[in-house]
Design a protein around this ligand. Structure first.
Ligand code: ADE
Length: 235
């Protein structure tokens, strides 16, 4: 079993990189890939850069050059669902591209031509194991729901309301849906785990700067637990 892990930022994956044994580093099209083992599991971790195009390029490269069996997108997000606070965890049951808009041509908002979907379903087993792993972390709420991605940092009431009303999303970020989109095209099972660095409102820019590192650390603790549980279920 080889697990691919993709983050947008170095800080979102730093703590995981430190756990990789026998690590080799490679670079394709400016993206960095780190391969090795965590415990008995083969790992390829990558830093994609921010946004949907970077994430899509990274996912397709990872699939073609590093052959992961599954891919998990990890990192931080802005919380949208009521009751969620900075530090809480959102695990995607599906992902959507909130900035995909061909409504003027008669398609519903968010419709992704080619795969003909608005919500791309995550792998049910990965999602279940991510939730079980997240629930072991004390002091945080864990919510399963839609994660919406787009090429914008969400920080206004109008942006929040538009994504909540149209996509019923629990969190917003900038990569998960494009990673899911490429995984879906390639038949690679995927999951998305995000820790909230902010609540996607006018406090978001400052909150992100203050809490991104701590939130990222928590999401890596959860990924380490996920790897452990995956190993136990394979025994
Ligand atoms: N990643 C973390 N916080 C975010 C936000 N508010 N909008 C988009 N991506 C994010």
């Amino acid at each position: 079993m080889k697990i691919g892990i993709i983050a947008a930022l170095d800080l979102e994956i730093e703590k995981l990189k430190n756990q990789i044994i026998g690590m080799t580093k490679s670079e394709t099209a400016t993206m960095k890939f780190y391969e090795g083992k965590i415990s008995n599991t083969d790992i390829v971790a990558a830093v994609a850069g921010v946004g949907k195009v970077n994430a899509a390029a990274c996912t397709q490269t990872m699939i073609l050059k590093h052959s992961p069996d599954i891919i998990i997108n990890v990192g931080v997000a802005g919380g949208l669902a009521e009751g969620l606070n900075v530090g809480d965890i959102v695990v995607a049951e599906s992902v959507a591209e909130h900035d995909m808009d061909t409504t003027v041509c008669g398609e519903p908002l968010g419709f992704i031509s080619g795969i003909e979907l608005i919500n791309i379903p995550c792998d049910e087993n990965i999602t279940k194991l991510l939730c079980i792993s997240a629930e072991k972390l004390s002091g945080v709420n864990v919510k399963k729901g839609v994660i919406a991605s787009g090429d914008q940092f969400i920080h206004t009431d109008a942006q929040r309301a538009r994504i909540i009303d149209n996509f019923h999303a629990a969190a917003a970020e900038m990569e998960g849906a494009s990673i899911g989109h490429v995984c879906y095209m390639n038949g690679v099972p995927f999951g998305v785990l995000r820790a909230l660095s902010d609540t996607a409102d006018n406090s978001a820019p400052v909150s992100f700067k203050t809490f991104a590192e701590k939130a990222s650390h928590n999401s890596i603790i959860i990924i380490m637990e996920f790897i452990k549980i995956m190993e136990e279920t394979r025994k």
